[in-house]
Design a protein around this ligand. Sequence first.
Ligand code: FAD
Ligand code: NAP
Length: 537
Amino acid sequence: MAQSAADKQYDAVIVGAGFAGMYMLHRLRGQGLTVRVFEAGDGVGGTWYWNRYPGARCDVESLEYQYGFSDEIQRGWTWTERYAAQPEILRYQNYVADKLDLRRDIQFETRVASATYDERDALWVVDTEKGERVKARFCVMATGCLSAARVPDFEGVGDFKGEKYHTGGWPHEGVDFTGKRVAVIGTGSSAVQSIPLIAEQAKHLTVFQRTANFTLPAGNRPLARDEIQKTKETLLEDRKRARTTNGGIICFEYNERLVEEMTAEERYRELDDRWHLGGFAFLGSFGDMMVTPDANDVAAEYARSEMRKAVKKPEIADLLLPNDHPVGVKRLCLDTHYLETFNEPHVDLVDVRSTPISKITAKGVLVGDKEYEVDAIVFATGFDAMTGAILGVDIVGKKGEKLRDKWAAGPRTYLGLGSAGFPNLFFITGPGSPSVLSNMIVSIEQHVDWISDCIGRLTAGNIRSIEARPDAEDEWVAHVNETAAATLYPQANSWYMGANIPGKPRIFMPYAGGVGVYGEKLAEVANADYAGFALGA
Ligand code: FAD
Ligand code: NAP
């Protein structure tokens, strides 16, 4: 355990020790800065530390879902499966932490409660929930986009007498559902991954579905030695190329042809080949898939017809097939035996769109006047995404302005990196950047590199502060909104839109312009002496 940080002053404080916080620490320390990382968990890993539910694995392929900044690190690690399972990813993160000796600057089991900007000294005053206080010139929020797990405020949750779990805070020792009646609430990615494995153990499983999701075959398999070896030779170059792409992924190409330029046979071939390849390749079927309803409809219709084939009972298939949003505008779920699980006699699907869950009772879940008695409830109900963990810290900027107030009508950032009124505060993969629409490790590295270079230049030039200018922020927010409006993304009640949280502003939070275009903008801004930012002497 690292030593206590009480009353110390650092060059930088980093909040969070997932992929983002770990790499940020490595970069800043490498620049000779003193750094303190605070992490709520008792180990590194972030997402992969918390989400230990059965079936948890990446949906970006392992060979791409890894750091690309160090040849030594990547050569020293060998992935086993096309999509690594959570324990393997967490082992990898611990391997990186060992290799870079990161833990000595990380204070675990310490949640940051507040960060207040002291204008006179240009320092962030960071308070932890344990009552410690440190000061730092720079504060970096590496708090994660999907780290504020959320149980909906169902009436009676506290009354339930059985076991309760959230996928995003799974017990480290695992859970044995053998012989139990289990409820899973939710049918997003976490549910799609965990349901088949929970069903293998449970005596009876009831799944409560509000929105049917598009699921694509994952096509998971062991990796072959030659593909692993080939990636080891090319990863660093591949990563540079990934940064020029839309989604930070190079394992498949996007078809640039528009749907109207293709014959029916060509469309079918494209969709069918990509579907059977597994993973997100399907998203690249047509150049206009995410912008034109007609193109999207063709892909959605194909997906529904394939999904239907997996489900034996037509009435269950009708419920499982998504009909209320375009394909791809909610995060697609990768399926390994998910749909087939509903063919099992001990698995039931309950539609809670037509009749919502009325309450949780002492014995189970009440829907209308029907009570489903269970021994355990799994909340696969997602996260307060993108803003939840940032605003979980009481951040107070210049003139006592709270970030929570500033963002009350939706997040406002310049480039997703900073917010006007909050100097020297950086967000990694913050709202207004490609973030969750991309391979997150590519976006994390893009941000960490930019922030480190920026801090390096400020320090070298004796510049005390950097702050987003309000006009640049307004323009960027407008650009993020326009870019989203030109796509089909806003057409779904997704967590990208904040729609999963009652009362949260409906704003499409990530930047839909793509990692490559965004990277060019980042470089342009840095090369123009941080255009759009105000630098304070
Ligand atoms: P996180 O890993 O979320 O780490 C943030 C850390 O900050 C956490 O450990 C948290 O405890 C800590 N923290 C937050 N607030 C505080 C505070 N106030 N004080 C102290 N500590 C705090 N993305 C992909 O690109 N591909 C995938 O395949 C993929 N799969 C995913 C699977 C799951 C189950 C989930 C939930 C997300 C997945 N994601 C995926 C997104 C994933 O979150 C990112 O890929 C990545 O792991 C994020 O890293 P991070 O360091 O930014 O944030
Ligand atoms: P999610 O996608 O937000 O899914 C939450 C589920 O809970 C949805 O089905 C939602 O229904 C349902 N729900 C929420 N509130 C409800 C209520 N009051 N009543 C009934 N149902 C309710 O969360 P997640 O599955 O944890 O995934 C979040 C993100 O994490 C993913 O989109 C992905 O980016 C990442 N992730 C990735 C993987 C992977 O494959 N690598 C795995 C897990 C997570 P509605 O859709 O109607 O809101």
